[in-house]
Design a protein around this ligand. Structure first.
Ligand code: ARG
Length: 455
């Protein structure tokens, strides 16, 4: 491509470090699309002849067919996808092919290809997030009043409903989706026509190519256009945060499906066995989702490190943006599919969850609240009285609702039998009707609202 000025080919090691074709061949469709838009614009502006543009379009279509059918020869010495397509175009259409690169550089070419790719990948992520939210909402609706322990510090805290727990993840996924939507809106400008870095003297129409490629507008500054990768960074940040959310849910699946918790089982389709321990059912997919969140975060850091302190405009460091970004989207796609699948697959054990919800004096707050409501104690005093009753229950080895009234009255004589109404786990969960609270009626209302939103 630059043979005119050079007497010899690049050395072997330079070729090895420089070639990106094994990675950026994934941009082939976007590269051809960008070239078609560029060629059409060049002809329309009278920069190249209409016949040449027609030959270029035809040649590019043929190349697209060859690549799609796996008949295209990729060669290391042609460095990247842009040079592959251009070299093949010249083979097919001759001199006309050499006119395609008028008023264009690989710098704006790769920027536009990669932006298009990331935009589409983000749209795929959006759809997958909608699928995950739908699965969470569906499962939440089916378990709106199933009682389970709510934890803080992974210590039993208060009884909650499973539906409420699952909807917490729907909320996170919705914010993840918003982040993805914002990232798409932010990247929706075309760098094509920025050329190497300074723009061009040819009378190009950047509005036209931006529009042809589905971008809202052309980027306003040519230096920014060829050197910015914050669109990819923003995408990786969004993927990193969503992967972090998935890892929390994955960890809960690991806990819930353990024999110690026994809250849920995954079907055979989502479980693996052990080569030595015949009894094992391992939640491998959940563990991998949990682990992969680390790589999602690392990929953001890796790309940020590439861009950090890089002077304007383009520098070859940026070539490595793609391997990182492709891997991030591949993993995120798999993790979202796995979580959506597992959420739909889990079978919950109502009795085990409810029994666990009653352990650890989980209705102690309800007792304290009752003392405030019924006896008019200040909450701090009620907290203290309840603490003493819990201590007695511990000594007697009884759950709170089985402590005899007389024992409670030794701590606070005004306690009466009405207290037992609030000490069961289901009464506790049902009472929490404050906006955003765990009560089954709240869960049902939220599920209905989600279904409306998902339509
Ligand atoms: N393969 C290169 C990349 O991905 C394309 C741009 C090359 N530009 C250049 N000035 N060498 O970044």
């Amino acid at each position: 491509m630059w043979g005119g000025r050079f007497g010899a080919k690049p050395g072997e090691i330079l070729q090895a470090i420089n070639a990106s074709i094994d990675v950026d061949r994934r941009l082939w469709a976007e590269d051809i699309e960008g070239s078609k838009a560029h060629a059409a614009m060049l002809a329309k502006q009278g920069i190249i002849a209409a016949e040449d543009a027609a030959a270029i379009q035809k040649g590019l279509d043929q190349i697209a067919g060859e690549i799609a059918e796996g008949k295209f020869a990729f060669r290391q010495e042609l460095e990247d996808i842009h040079m592959h397509v251009e070299a093949r175009l010249k083979e097919i259409v001759g001199d006309a092919g050499g006119r395609l690169h008028t008023a264009r550089s690989r710098n704006d070419q790769v920027a536009v290809d990669f932006r298009l790719w990331v935009k589409r990948a983000l749209q795929g992520t959006q759809e997958q997030l909608s699928g995950l939210i739908a699965a969470l909402v569906e499962t939440a609706g089916a378990h709106a009043d199933w009682i389970m322990p709510g934890f803080t510090h992974l210590q039993t805290a208060q009884p909650i409903t499973l539906g409420h727990h699952l909807l917490a993840y729907a909320e996170m996924a919705q914010r993840d989706r918003n982040r993805v939507t914002n990232a798409i809106a932010n990247l929706d400008e075309s760098p094509l026509g920025a050329a190497a870095l300074a723009g061009t003297g040819f009378p190009i129409d950047r509005e036209a190519t931006a529009k042809a490629l589905g971008f809202a507008a052309p980027m306003r500054n040519s230096l920014d256009a060829v050197s910015s990768r914050d669109f990819a960074l923003e995408a990786l940040a969004a993927l990193s945060i969503l992967s972090t959310h998935l890892s929390r849910l994955a960890e809960e699946i690991v806990l819930w499906t353990s024999p110690q918790f026994g809250f849920a089982v995954l079907s055979d389709a989502w479980s693996t066995g052990s080569s030595i321990m015949p009894q094992k059912r391992n939640p491998d997919a959940a563990e991998l989702v949990r682990g992969k969140a680390a790589q999602a975060a690392a990929r953001f850091a890796a790309l940020q490190g590439i861009v950090k302190a890089l002077p304007l405009a383009y520098a070859k460091d940026l070539q490595d943006d793609k391997a990182i970004t492709f891997a991030a989207f591949d993993d995120a796609g798999l993790c979202l599919a796995a979580m959506t699948g597992m959420i739909g697959d889990l079978t919950f054990n109502r009795a085990a969850m409810e029994a666990a919800a009653g352990k650890g004096y989980s209705t102690a707050t309800d007792l304290a609240d009752w003392l405030v409501r019924e006896l008019g104690l200040p909450f701090r005093n009620a907290h203290h009285v309840t603490g003493e009753i819990v201590k007695r229950a511990e000594d007697l080895r009884l759950p709170l609702q089985d402590v005899p009234l007389a024992e409670m009255q030794k701590v606070e004589p005004r306690i009466h039998a009405g207290v037992f109404d609030v000490l069961s786990v289901s009464a506790s969960a049902s009472s929490r009707k404050s906006y955003g609270g765990t009560a089954p009626e709240n869960v049902r209302a939220q599920v209905a609202a989600w279904k409306e939103r998902l339509k």
